[in-house]
Design a protein around this ligand. Structure first.
Ligand code: FES
Length: 67
């Protein structure tokens, strides 16, 4: 079975691909509310805006720098 990738804010049901279009985390949050509910996606959102990637392993080792 493939390991599932983290590729969206589940709470607002927006993919990182869709959120990346806003350019910054602040803009994306303002527009969609992403990252403000359970906040579980926040490290992934920070890593997404830092790296430009839009899908991550659940335990991507870079996440520790983006808590
Ligand atoms: S998954 Fe993004 S706030 Fe819950």
């Amino acid at each position: 079975m493939d390991e599932e990738l983290v590729n969206r804010c589940e709470c607002v049901n927006k993919t990182f691909e869709q959120l990346k279009v806003y350019g910054t985390l602040d803009e994306a949050q303002e527009a969609t509310g992403c990252g403000r509910e359970c906040e579980g996606c926040m490290p992934y959102l920070r890593l997404m805006f830092a790296s430009g990637e839009t899908a991550f392993d659940l335990d991507d080792p870079r996440l520790s720098s983006y808590q």
